[in-house]
Design a binder for this molecule. Structure first.
Ligand code: SF4
Ligand code: SF4
Length: 314
């Protein structure tokens, strides 16, 4: 059964994890990037696990505390259990069901040393538009603001208010999405640059990995492609999961015949997000997976090029 998106707040307010900055990575030019809190998928390789849950969660850094064994005392509900690994280092285990219903978040306010910080804050859409509009000169003519996550379309009303606001300010918009939203059509007129993730071209495998069908994602890629605006279709390159020739040909089958504004991008699996799983007190399930070599990455890109697709990257 599909896990549904949750909208927890009225349209002009929404939960984000952070606002970051990058160049050319999440859309063209210089960009501000709004990381939404909450995603309807549950990808085990997620490099931003602090964006997955729809509620604020503690990020726990025992090394910042002089008595890490007592960090659990900072949660009055008993959600934090400090454990020790074989090397003697402390790490947390967190009962996230308690955090989901927590309203006080006193673990963070009790952490003057920064050992516990909350991932997630509620913001006003209008305030965020006003704040980022000050950077118009930095964005230039081709840059702008990217909504990513988490999954921006899981807070559809809040995200739409943001997009309307940036468009009204003449600021370019990009949205990175897993493409699963039934309300994606409402977003299309407001997006200058689409980044849509397709985790696996095979529906059954996609469902196994994410708990969602890819049917709507593919339909939304087609709808975005029909606008003539740039569409980047991103697939994580996961060794042993979706990097075999048959899967890459299947991806090519899905994208072949799409217009020139569609380009595919293979994002090699990496392990930079693992430390965040540990800070959240969650287990990381893909410890045995290897990072693809540059040669494997290039070979996969070459296969897609040989099928006539436009491929972003070297
Ligand atoms: S968010 Fe609430 S329940 Fe979770 S660790 Fe902090 S105080 Fe405890
Ligand atoms: S869709 Fe993206 S944000 Fe959501 S769980 Fe998967 S990798 Fe993480």
């Amino acid at each position: 059964m599909d896990v549904k998106c949750k909208l927890l707040t009225p349209s002009n307010r929404g939960w984000i994890v952070d606002v970051g900055w990058n160049s050319g990575q999440d859309g063209p030019g210089q960009r501000a990037v709004i990381y939404f809190k909450g995603c309807n998928f549950a990808c085990p390789w997620c490099a931003a696990p602090e964006t997955m849950a729809f509620y604020p969660e503690p990020l726990i850094r025992p090394e910042r505390c002089t008595e890490p064994e007592r960090l659990g005392e900072r949660c009055p509900l008993g959600a934090i259990d400090m454990k020790r690994d074989d090397a003697g280092s402390f790490y947390p285990a967190v009962n996230s069901a308690l955090c989901r219903d927590c309203r006080e978040h006193s673990c963070a306010s009790a952490s003057w040393d920064g050992a516990i910080q909350l991932a997630g804050r509620e913001v006003e859409a209008e305030e965020l538009v006003k704040h980022l509009s000050r950077y118009r000169a930095f964005f230039g003519s081709d840059g702008g603001v990217t909504l990513t996550g988490g999954e921006p379309t899981c807070r559809p009303d809040f995200a739409l208010v943001l997009l309307h606001g940036f468009k009204a300010e003449g600021i370019g918009t990009a949205v990175e999405s897993n493409g699963s939203s039934p309300r994606f059509a409402e977003f299309i007129p407001l997006i200058d640059h689409f980044i849509i993730d397709l985790k696996h071209p095979d529906d059954e495998q996609h469902h196994r990995l994410t708990r969602h069908s890819n049917t709507r994602t593919i339909a939304n890629i087609r709808a975005a492609a029909a606008t003539g605006r740039p569409v980047w279709v991103r697939m994580p390159l996961l060794p042993g999961i979706n990097d075999d020739a048959a899967t890459l040909h299947r991806l090519a089958d899905v994208l072949q015949g799409m217009p020139d504004n569609v380009a595919v991008e293979l994002l090699p699996y990496h392990q930079r997000g693992i430390c965040k799983w540990r800070l959240l007190g969650r287990d990381y399930a893909l410890n045995d997976i290897q990072v693809p070599s540059e040669k494997e990455h290039l070979a996969a890109e070459l296969l897609l090029r040989s099928r006539g697709l436009q491929v972003r990257g070297e």
